[in-house]
Design a protein around this ligand. Structure first.
Ligand SMILES: [Ca+2]
Ligand SMILES: [Ca+2]
Length: 234
């Protein structure tokens, strides 16, 4: 190859690179991680939340990648279009059809098809949930709650669930308790719930208690107690 021809080729490549719009040049979709998973006891109500973790504003090209689970074996191809920037630290919410419209549930960005329910395991076993091919997260057996209110986060904590969609809508669902505050599970809010609420906070429930009904998800024991007492007295 002559020196002049090589110079010409380099110039053409350089001009080509310069002419690519900045947004396209840096658009990607590789800095998203699995952030939170949730299941109820039956596996019909589940969600998977992924999060942009690098702060990149143009990690828009999530479409074409898959959310997968190994237990059971599931794969969901994220359909087009890509997301609208900025993507920085935002979340995307994938959920089963039964999640849609629940009290406290934000609108999912994507709904798993009915044939993919359950999408993740309900309890007990280990599982690997991935955003392919860029992130694979494995949690050990016994870590995923299924009480209807707690979820498993990327850092392996089990707080109240916090599904958040791309628009920033967030909420908490409690599908494990029919009557919030009925901590002794006798069907009514009554005096017996006070002792059962205390037992739940101490982590020492007795037979017949329903600790999930003491979970007000207000962010602190003080706030939870206020909400419980308010329910009890009103
Ligand atoms: Ca969350
Ligand atoms: Ca009660």
């Amino acid at each position: 190859m002559s020196r002049n021809l090589r110079k010409t080729q380099i110039c053409v490549i350089a001009i080509g690179l310069i002419s690519i719009p900045v947004g396209l040049a840096w658009a990607g979709g590789h800095t998203w991680d699995i952030n939170e998973v949730f299941t109820d006891s039956t596996g019909t109500i589940q969600f998977v939340e992924i999060r942009e973790t690098g702060g990149g504003a143009n990690e828009t090209a999530v479409n074409g990648h898959n959310i997968t689970s190994t237990n059971p074996a599931r794969s969901f191809l994220i359909p087009p279009p890509g997301r609208t920037p900025p993507t920085s630290f935002k979340t995307l919410l994938f959920a089963t059809p039964a999640f849609v419209g629940l009290p406290g549930a934000p609108t999912p960005d994507y709904v798993f098809p009915a044939g993919s329910v359950p999408f993740i395991n309900t309890a007990g076993a280990a599982n690997t949930v991935s955003y392919t091919p860029f992130d694979a997260w494995t949690y050990a057996a016994g870590l995923l709650p299924s009480d209807g209110v707690h979820s498993l986060t990327r850092s392996l904590t089990t707080p109240c669930n916090s599904p958040t969609n791309y628009a920033g809508q967030t909420g908490t669902i409690n599908v494990g308790c029919a009557l919030l505050g009925d901590c002794d599970d006798n069907g009514v809010l009554d005096g017996g719930d006070v002792a059962a609420f205390v037992r739940a906070q101490l982590g020492a429930p007795i037979g017949g208690d329903k600790p999930v009904c003491s979970e007000y998800c207000q962010g602190s024991l003080a706030a939870n107690t206020v909400a419980f007492v308010d329910d009890l007295l009103n």
